[in-house]
Design a protein around this ligand. Structure first.
Ligand code: PGA
Length: 267
């Protein structure tokens, strides 16, 4: 796992956007896995700026979102479809038909979840999966105890997640108890994962994910099994990592290697 510590959430957003933009330029038909929540908002804002000011072209990009609440209409202001449209899709030149979010109103959830997995496969698999992390270490809505081999399915939200998300709904009672979520196994099949975390409330989950044992009690820890994960953290989210100095040293050496490679390529 590559661990990058930036000084502020703004720097985290810019670094993450650079990684996504590099992929979109390198592979215009790439498949992005996207996340909702407060954490990736800055990254979306920066990608929108790059689209407007630098002509970053999303016309061929395909996206799959991680999850959706059960029971919410796409037009519901708290639905993840609405979130993505409002904060990202309607500001860039992506083809709306290329954007996929699980349907929280599906009648046959099993069939819908299997179809979602099939669609991901038919599109060639996810090139880069963006992830936030819950305070309990969940990725997508894979709550503690989720199978590390799980696929897209219905999941019951924990009381902690319902409490955390009540801020968007006005009250805990209004938060749906069920969601459709990609499974941990689905996420692990992405070619690359980009885990973002900011703020001290995430410090324990980040420590458990990066330096703890692999356990279904912290589903993000399954990312230790993936061969290409980049974790971008702000100082507060990184505060409990025991090996912070080592990660910094690795990144400093990595930058020197990349600079040398660039200089050689430029002759
Ligand atoms: P947040 O949510 O980005 O709003 O903190 C992350 C998550 O619960 O996965």
């Amino acid at each position: 796992m590559r661990v990058i510590v930036e000084s502020t959430p703004n720097e985290v957003a810019r670094h993450a956007a650079r990684i996504v933009a590099d992929l979109v330029r390198r592979k215009p038909k790439c498949v992005l896995g996207l996340a909702t929540g407060s954490t990736p908002l800055g990254m979306y804002a920066e990608l929108i700026r790059m689209h407007r000011e630098e002509g970053l072209d999303f016309s061929k990009v395909v996206t799959f979102n991680l999850d959706e609440y059960v029971g919410l209409e796409p037009a519901h202001p708290q639905s993840y479809r609405y979130f993505m449209d409002e904060h990202f899709f309607r500001h860039i030149n992506i083809d709306p038909r290329h954007t996929h979010v699980p349907d929280g109103r599906a009648l046959d959830f099993d069939a819908h979840c299997q179809q979602y997995e099939k669609l991901i496969r038919d599109c060639g698999g996810i090139d880069l999966q963006v992830l936030g992390i819950g305070r309990d270490g969940h990725i997508a809505f894979n709550e503690p105890g989720s199978s590390l081999g799980s696929r897209t399915r219905l999941k019951t939200l924990t009381a902690e997640t319902v409490r955390d998300n009540a801020r968007f709904f006005g009250s805990e009672e209004a938060v749906p108890r069920l969601a459709i979520t990609m499974g941990v196994g689905t996420i692990l099949e992405s070619r690359q994962c980009l885990l973002l975390a900011c703020g001290s409330s995430k410090a324990r989950a980040v420590r458990d994910t990066v330096e703890g044992p692999i356990t279904a009690q912290v589903t993000a820890s399954a990312l230790q099994l993936h061969r290409d994960v980049i974790c971008i953290l702000d100082e507060q989210a990184a505060a409990m990592l025991a090996r912070r100095d080592y990660y910094r040293e690795v990144e400093a050496l990595q930058s020197r290697l990349e600079a040398a490679r660039r200089a050689r390529a430029e002759g």
